[in-house]
Ligand binder design. Structure first.
Ligand code: FAD
Length: 461
């Protein structure tokens, strides 16, 4: 819903599949699943056409041709967008509208996944959900697709909605699903310094830097040109770390993004959402530099799937940010994630449609329901885990910090595991602790810095 920049795909004649594949592999720092990347790039354009057929209003120029934009680490302009910077809103609105027109689709809204049901053969046999009044509902099904999104709620500062607490990933893990690439958490270099009332950090899209915006430090210097040959359009992990370094060097709370060389008319038309949101907060991007900081943004890891979204548990699928198809490797190329949702979401559906209809009658919950009824201070636990993850499992990590973080969060995990979790609010804390531990454990195993996983050397600590 919040996606601004758009969807990357090879849609112009001068672009090529090879170029999009190569850009994705370079951003992924050698850890992408190349097969998955090929599927993503080759099948993407047809899925974009499907979105157009569904009625998604991608922006066009005066001749009626689709407009494509540039973003960081892409070699060509290949980002399709809607109403400038409101791509997620328009895609979501169109798809939800389409779903509601189908009488054979039943939507249960405001229901939250609690856990996955397994049958006697350890295959999936449904899910348990809970509504706003804490009523449980068990739904039996031989196939389940988890699409619960990212993990921003594990960190203090994120562009994600606060509901992104890795619930699907935690439930899949409890059921025995394999997780992959859990150490790779992407921090977006440019979010507005102050959060909104829901504590979400407003993203200043990379598309601004694609249009020439420059990051500046307090001396007005365009510091990225000394850091990487692609300067402000370098991969996100490199830009995020360079910003942290500038902030530490000058003891500053932020750096600045300068796009004041573009006219007000161009900015308000190309980036209406960003222009208006900044203006509401007293920042006129046509004349003021935008105060920005790096914040958690995207999760490259998740539930390990094959090219059809299948996990190692029969009948359990995942797609979107909760899944790890391997397309992003150690770092995601900008605007590849919505493309991944389209391509691998469709592949999940095709596989489910071809799957057998065998159903077991047994049902067992992976979550342990025999609990102590000792009251816990859930809010303090959440706050402490988020603080630790930000400080020790964030942009810059050290082996010492990871060890400390693991010890601390393991203790919370033990308490949460023993506690009686009465509602979704309380269960969410167990999910946060579960996924945090998986991230820290994977980070500890990977001793070398690669992509978004940066480990300080002995001399830096
Ligand atoms: C500010 C922002 C800008 C972005 N811009 C871009 C961009 O320009 N291009 C791009 O490619 N990507 C972009 N991304 C990333 C991209 O939007 C996400 O990766 C993508 O939307 C993930 O889709 P999803 O369907 O997997 O998850 P989501 O879109 O996050 O949807 C997950 C859904 O699951 C629900 N859910 C969560 N937990 C539970 C539970 N326990 N029970 C029931 N439901 C649950 C949530 O409420 C939500 O509706 C951006 C992300 C953000 C945050």
């Amino acid at each position: 819903m919040y996606a601004q920049g758009g969807i990357a795909s090879v849609v112009t004649k001068n672009d090529s599949f090879q170029s999009h594949i190569s850009d994705t592999l370079i951003a992924g720092a050698g850890l992408c699943n190349e097969e998955a990347v090929k599927v993503l790039v080759h099948e993407g354009p047809d899925d974009i056409k499907k979105l157009i057929d569904f009625g998604v209003p991608f922006d066009r120029d005066a001749n009626g041709d689709y407009i494509v934009s540039m973003e960081g680490a892409h070699s060509f302009k290949r980002i399709m967008h809607c109403n400038g910077d409101a791509t997620g809103f328009n895609v979501t609105k169109t798809l939800v509208g389409n779903v509601k027109m189908h009488s054979n689709i039943t939507c249960f809204e405001n229901m939250v996944l609690v856990d996955i049901l397994l049958g006697d053969d350890s295959a999936v046999n449904g899910v348990v959900l809970q509504d706003n009044d804490n009523n449980f509902l068990a739904i039996q099904s031989q196939n389940v697709i988890l699409a619960t999104g990212g993990i921003g709620g594990l960190y203090r500062k994120s562009t994600n909605s606060s509901v992104a607490t890795g619930d699907g990933i935690a439930a899949a893990w409890r059921a025995g699903a394999e997780l992959e690439n859990m150490e790779f958490v992407q921090f977006h270099p440019t979010a507005l310094i102050h959060p909104d009332k829901n504590n979400r950090y407003f993203l200043i899209s990379e598309a601004l830097r694609g249009e020439g915006a420059i990051l500046r430090n307090r001396k007005w210097e365009p510091f990225m040109k000394n850091v990487h040959p692609m300067a402000d359009l370098a991969p996100r992990d490199i830009v995020s770390r360079a910003i942290v370094q500038e902030m530490e060097k000058y003891d500053l709370p932020n750096v600045y993004l300068d796009i004041t060389f573009k006219s007000r008319e161009v900015l308000s038309k190309r980036f209406p959402m960003i222009y208006n949101e900044c203006m509401k907060r007293g920042i006129d991007i046509a004349s003021d530099w935008i105060p920005v900081i790096p914040v958690q943004h995207y999760f490259m890891g998740g539930i390990k799937t094959d090219l059809n979204g299948k996990t190692n548990i029969s009948g359990l699928y995942s797609c979107g940010e909760s899944a790890c198809t391997g397309v992003h490797g150690a770092n995601r190329l900008a605007s590849n994630s919505l493309l991944e949702c389209l391509v691998f979401g469709r592949r999940c559906a095709q596989d489910v449609n071809g799957a057998s209809k065998k159903r077991s009658n047994d049902m067992s919950l992976a979550i342990d329901v025999k609990k102590e009824s000792k009251a816990l201070d859930f809010e303090t636990i959440r706050s402490n885990i988020r603080y630790t993850m930000t400080k020790k499992g964030g942009i810059v990590r050290s082996m010492k910090g990871l060890k400390e973080a693991l010890t601390e969060i393991e203790a919370y995990y033990e308490q949460l595991q023993r506690a009686e979790l009465r509602n979704v609010y309380e269960l969410e804390k167990l999910n946060i602790a579960t996924v945090s531990l998986q991230i820290l454990t994977a980070a500890q195993k990977r001793k070398e810095s690669v992509g978004a996983h940066y480990i300080k050397t002995e001399s830096e600590t």
